[in-house]
Each structure stands twice: as structure tokens, then as C-alpha cells.
Write a protein that binds this ligand. Sequence first.
Ligand SMILES: C=C(CC[C@@H](C)[C@H]1CC[C@H]2C3=CC[C@H]4[C@H](C)[C@@H](O)CC[C@]4(C)[C@H]3CC[C@]12C)C(C)C
Ligand SMILES: C[S@@+](CC[C@H](N)C(=O)[O-])C[C@H]1O[C@@H](n2cnc3c(N)ncnc32)[C@H](O)[C@@H]1O
Length: 364
Amino acid sequence: MEPATMAWTAGLLGAGLVYWFVWVMGAAEVKGKRAVDLKMGSITRDKVQDKYTQYWSFFRRPKETATTQASADKVPAFVDTFYNLVTDIYEWGWGQSFHFSPSLPGRSHRDATRVHEERVADLLGAEPGHRVLDVGCGVGGPMRAIAAHSGARVVGITINEYQVNRARAHNRKAGLDAQCEVVCGNFMAMPFDDASFDGAYSIEATCHAPRLQDVYGEVYRVLKPGRLYVSYEWVTTPLYRADDPAHVEAIHGIERGDALPGLRRQDEIASIAQEVGFEVVQELDLALPPSLPWWTRLKMGRLAYWRNSLVVRVLTLLRIAPKGVVEVHEMLYETAQYLTLGGETGIFSPMHMVVLRKPATAAE
Ligand SMILES: C=C(CC[C@@H](C)[C@H]1CC[C@H]2C3=CC[C@H]4[C@H](C)[C@@H](O)CC[C@]4(C)[C@H]3CC[C@]12C)C(C)C
Ligand SMILES: C[S@@+](CC[C@H](N)C(=O)[O-])C[C@H]1O[C@@H](n2cnc3c(N)ncnc32)[C@H](O)[C@@H]1O
């Protein structure tokens, strides 16, 4: 073969390979976000690396994060930074629902995710005419599933403005913008009237609150008397041993890679709910058998992680993705290992479910 022909062939093959990696293989399971569109939320390109460094130094020692009032007060701002850094990577590599679900035999991850979300709507008895609150709504995957399944109107709140814009765009695209509303705000001080919701839920979101009382108290305030609140909580289970260094390392790994001010114990949830006035209707760890493992989705993609890591490196080199994305991606990869360990050892659950009722007799 002529050297020029060889060079052309090699060039074309190389371009084809880059195309395959970035556009074909690098796309999300729910193809809402392409690798070439990875931004870092509302952080400008030149600030990404600095913001990541600031995030990391704040959450590096998780247990200390919420021990003083001063540092607890800073948590929402750092959680906001965290979601600026990770939202696009989550959408690209996971989809529009930022949570786990028990695996379902013979069904896709997308189905398992939807079933886990629809369960919330069914427990709430959500129906057309109801106004339901999504506490920590992300980019609105659960909100759209619940609105479509129940016919209820859903109002979501998130601390992160970039997510608000993403969620609104997804709602419009899904034709659900008349039914779904998204508000930017802090779930520990919500901009909603007392007794203005027929139901409320939170999916893997309240773990970001330094004090669960603050968010549960707000949900209690905005719920109508007699109505339900369903929450999927991140907790350590009774298998967790604080004197086992391997357990401690896994839980710290989960906390610092997920912007958590300190995981709560499973047995703390119901008593905090009662403390703010709720009746506990049901409490169940949905991660326990007969549920199939939620962490297999994280484990199965070693090749996918390797590919994604290469994609973000190439995109950073080409200056398509901002500097700092590689570090954020590495942090997420490491977090995935700790989450898997937490699941396999049974010391951690991301789906400890509580169904709570605001007493019918509660003053409005
Ligand atoms: C509830 C929370 C988020 C839970 C999950 C949605 C995310 C936790 C860890 C995330 C991920 C880890 C590895 C990433 C991978 C390296 C990358 O290539 C593609 C995206 C990941 C799979 C990413 C996806 C979302 C998670 C599974 C917390 C924050 C309270
Ligand atoms: C892991 S995501 C889950 C999102 C959504 N529930 C889902 O399952 O797709 C956690 C969400 O909680 C929100 N959040 C965290 N702290 C918050 C706060 N103080 N006020 C409002 N939202 C908050 C984040 O912005 C994010 O949207």
C-alpha cells in the first residue's frame, strides 16, 4: 500500500474510533446527554477545577462536616457545587433518575427505575387533582414518571439551578410541563404555603440535610393534615460496625463522594419523623431480600467505566470538556466502588423506605 493511502486509512480509522467512543459508546443509557455536551452546571469552564478542589476539601472529612453549626450551614452551598459538577456526568452515564432501584429479573434498568418510582405514587394514592411535592427532584426523572403514572400535578424543588433548567427542558420535551413544575430552593426552608400539598415524597435526597429534622419539619408544614409523605433514605444498617475499619472506610468513601454531611443510622429515621409530628405508617428496607441487589448496575459496567474515563480524558485534551472533569469522573468511579462494597456487605442501604402521615387532627 502507498504511504499516502496508509496514512489516509489510518486517519479514517482513527476518526471512526473517536466517533464510536464519544458519540456511540459514550452516550447515556437514556440518551438525553452526549459526552460532547458535558458541562459543569452553572460553573464557568475556568472555575471547574477550583470548585472541585473546594468541594473535596470540605467533604474530605465527612464526619466533621455537620458537627458545628457553622459547617452545617455551609452544606447546601457545597451540595449545590457538587450537583454543578456531577449532574451532566450522571445524566450521561446513568439517565434522568438519580437513584438506585432493586434489580428486577429479566427487566431493564429503565423498567426497574420506573417501578421503584411508581411505587411511591401508589403508596401516596396520588391521583388527578392532587398536588404532590418532590423533595430534592434532581432533573426530574421520578417527577415525570409519577406525574405520568398517577395523573397528579408534581412540584419539584432542588437547590441546584442548573438542574431546574434541565428538569424544565425535559418536562417540555416529554409534554409534561403543564403537569410538572420545578422550583429552585432549599428543602430546609421551602417557599411553599402551609398545608398546600396532597402528598410528598423524597427519593435519595434528604441524606444531604445535616439535620433530618429540618427537612422533615418542612415537609410536615406544607402537607395537608391526614396526607402522606414517602421517603427513600440513605442509611447505615444494623450490620454496620463503627469499630470495623473496613466498614468505616466504606461509609466515609460513600459520604465524601456523594456530598453527604454524615450518613444516619436506619433506626434514627422513624424517631426523627415522630419528633416533628409524623405518624409512622410503614418502615421497610427495600434493599433486603427478596429484593435483588441494587448495586449490580454499578458493578456490571467495568468496561463502561474504563471507556467513559477514556472519553472524558480525550474530551478534556481536545478542550471540549473543561479541565477538572477527569478528577470529578475519577471521584465518581471511586465512589461507585465504595457504594458497591456497602451493598455487598449489607452495611448500607440507599432505599430505607418510610411512609409517614401528618395526623388528620394536626392544626392547619
Ligand atoms: C443519590 C445519590 C446519587 C446516586 C447515584 C445516581 C450516583 C452515585 C454514584 C454515581 C456514579 C458513579 C460512577 C459514574 C461513572 C464513573 C461514570 O462513568 C458514569 C456515571 C456513574 C455511573 C455515576 C452515575 C450516578 C451514580 C450511580 C447521592 C448523590 C445522594
Ligand atoms: C441524588 S439527587 C436525587 C434526585 C431525584 N430525587 C432523583 O431520584 O432523580 C438529590 C437531589 O437533592 C437535591 N438537594 C440536596 N440538598 C438540597 C437542599 N438543601 N434543598 C433542595 N434540594 C436539595 C439535589 O439538588 C438533588 O436534586
